[in-house]
Design a protein around this ligand. Sequence first.
Ligand code: COA
Length: 152
Amino acid sequence: MERMIRKAVVQDVSQMQELINGYADSGMMLPRSLGELYDNIRDFTICVNRDQLLGCCALHVCWTDLAEIASFAVRQDLHRQGIGSQLLNASVGGAQELGITTVFTLTRIPDYFRKYGFFEVDKSTLPQKVWSGCIKCPKFPDCDEIAMVKRL
Ligand SMILES: CC(C)(COP(=O)(O)OP(=O)(O)OC[C@H]1O[C@@H](n2cnc3c(N)ncnc32)[C@H](O)[C@@H]1OP(=O)(O)O)[C@@H](O)C(=O)NCCC(=O)NCCS
């Protein structure tokens, strides 16, 4: 299948929401409203086959030296074909270009991120600002995500 990694454009947003919220419905990630996706469209790298979305990953800058990897998802029928790794590498590369020295993620699949040089940290070591979105999480305050960072 032909596939291309590129930055998202507004025309991709409805497919991005469908992919992300499909996983959110089964408790695997946070849901995203259309408003949030349009607000943060510049954060997203996506993988497409022509106009068809295969996967997405966001890099959200939080602070002078910190950015978050979020809304990372690949279509269920296309798992384990390297799409996730391409998206993650592109997003981490984007962080490097911005001069970011640390990326972090909150995840339930630490083994995946360990393969890419992320390691577990205590959540309390991340700045307060990171937690502003948690209030919208259906699991709040019983968070079951693991905080992981990668130094660039
Ligand atoms: C996580 C996700 C984006 C990975 O995408 P993917 O395209 O399947 O990943 P890749 O094909 O690039 O996998 C790369 C490697 O990670 C491994 N891997 C894939 N999913 C894994 C998982 N859940 N746990 C541990 N390792 C995993 C693969 O076996 C592969 O290893 P290999 O190269 O040694 O064979 C995808 O599984 C997904 O959409 N999951 C549901 C949403 C989710 O949980 N997102 C993460 C939120 S933090």
